[in-house]
Design a protein around this ligand. Structure first.
Ligand code: SAJ
Length: 437
């Protein structure tokens, strides 16, 4: 199929890099978003998100005169829907003794509805948003069919998940393998033709529900793996074993790949997606459910370690290093580090946080110090929550000169115990087999 013009609906972390990449590859691309401020920003040549390489890619897309941004779709050869699918704020479902979160599909519904007036025979529509199984067939197809065109007959419909890692989106969009699930094999083929414009990795064609499951399986597998790593770290503390030594040894086994323990699992993907399976079939997913519970409980576990390290939290001043959901990104969504800070404060501690990637972030109830030095100066303890390179490269001697704290708690294996002890710190490391008494 020939693609002269496409419409990308949703210009966030995935939509904007995807639209820019298509435009850079010579396809006339209309980027659509419902937020006027985003459209204004883009049309004046600026971008609203931080992602390495995105500014350069977007500038190239603009210079090629192939990219425009608008509040409304237009007729096009293909429509790509890349809008968020978070979970609903307060509404939950329940089954037996478990309560689970529900996917909020309102943005997908609105995006599909916005395409209806512009849908023509022979078009291709692709859903990229992470979605519960059968969303493409049961939710999106009926909406698009309000156009009086039939999915798989008059127009092609596919599900193709994004699988890129924040921080490496531009490179991974092109190099990663891509799965395209069609409502018919012809739809999958049409979707594969579209992405082959820039994808250099393998393009695998399958059916839409398989593609939806593949995406959820990938992130669920990672969540379950991290949950077991977190349990291993608790067990290691109990048995006097250093989990940071034990995991790399176990991983020497050719068929074992245990991920790293930490303060919990955050972000808008891994901490969210497993719930889509639980919501779809709570009776079939006890392991997935309990893994979510383990990872969600990890911030409480960290607070308990801090409490035991300091005797009590009441009135204690704690410098929390890192608020992002993972190392070297500025994304604070669903961050376990922020959750740790909230719980510490609830238990009476006074926390000053430091987030070098977003020093001016506004998180309700959390005070962010302008600099690392300000955060640690008067602290009773320093708590390392995110493995940002800048924190890992700190030397204990330098820190010792800038703070009155002599207790440090490392939840991510960022610091060397001997080095910090030599500089006069009592360093407690999560999972090191030497938990505070
Ligand atoms: N984490 C650990 N231990 C680890 C690895 C991660 O505690 O060993 C934590 C991180 O600190 C973070 C969370 O897990 O809080 C998630 O981080 P991540 O790097 O595992 O994943 P994301 O959410 O940034 O991106 C994932 C990726 N999925 C997989 O690697 C299977 C990415 O490829 C997907 O595109 C993305 O989800 C998505 O959008 O679904």
């Amino acid at each position: 199929m020939n693609y002269n013009k496409i419409c990308v609906i949703g210009l966030g972390y995935i939509g904007l890099p995807t639209a820019s990449t298509f435009a850079m590859h010579g396809v006339e691309t209309l980027g659509v978003d419902i937020t006027p401020a985003i459209i204004e920003t883009l049309n004046r040549g600026d971008i609203h998100i931080h992602e390495p390489g995105l500014r350069e890619a977007f500038t190239k897309a603009l210079q090629s005169e192939k990219f425009r941004a608008s509040l409304k779709p237009e007729e096009a050869d293909a429509f790509i829907i890349a809008v968020p699918t978070p979970f609903k704020g307060t509404e939950t479902g329940s089954f037996n003794d478990i309560t689970y979160k529900l996917a909020d599909m309102s943005a997908v519904i609105a995006a599909a509805e916005s395409v209806v007036p512009y849908l023509r025979k022979g078009n291709v529509v692709i859903l990229e948003s992470t979605s519960p199984p059968r969303t493409t067939i049961d939710l999106v197809a009926p909406i698009l069919e309000k156009s009086n065109l039939k999915a798989g007959i008059d127009f092609h419909l596919c599900y193709s998940p994004e699988r890129v890692l924040p921080g490496q989106i531009l490179r991974e969009l092109i190099e990663n393998s891509r799965v395209i699930g069609g409502v018919t094999p012809e739809s999958a083929k049409a979707g594969a033709d579209l992405y082959s414009i820039f994808v250099k990795g393998q393009i695998i064609q399958t059916d839409a529900t398989t593609a939806e499951m593949v995406k959820l399986m990938e992130n669920t597998y990672r969540d379950v793996n991290i949950a077991v790593a977190n349990e291993f770290s608790r067990l290691a503390d109990k048995f006097g074993v250093d989990v940071w030594e034990a995991i790399p040894i176990a991983n020497l086994h050719p068929r074992v790949k245990i991920l790293s323990p930490g303060p919990g699992v955050g972000g808008h993907c891994i901490s969210v997606d497993p719930w889509f399976f639980v919501e779809a079939a709570p009776e079939l997913t006890p392991l997935i459910y309990h893994s979510r519970q383990v990872n969600d409980a990890q911030p409480h576990f960290v607070v308990d370690v801090v409490k035991r390290s300091l005797g009590s939290l009441q009135g204690k001043k704690i410098a929390a290093l890192g608020l992002a959901y993972k190392p070297d990104v500025d994304d604070l969504r669903e961050s376990p580090a922020a959750e740790v800070v909230h719980i510490l404060q609830k238990e009476g501690a006074q926390v000053l946080a430091c987030e070098p990637f977003k020093p001016d972030a506004k998180l309700p109830g959390i005070t962010i110090a302008p600099t690392l030095d300000d955060a640690i100066r008067d602290a009773d303890a320093i708590l390392l929550l995110v493995r940002h390179t800048e924190f890992i490269e700190l030397t204990a001697e330098t820190v010792a000169q800038k703070t009155k704290a002599r207790t440090a708690i490392d939840t991510v294996n960022g610091w060397d115990v001997a080095q910090w002890q030599n500089a006069g710190f009592h360093l407690v490391k999560l999972g090191s087999g030497k938990p505070p008494q």
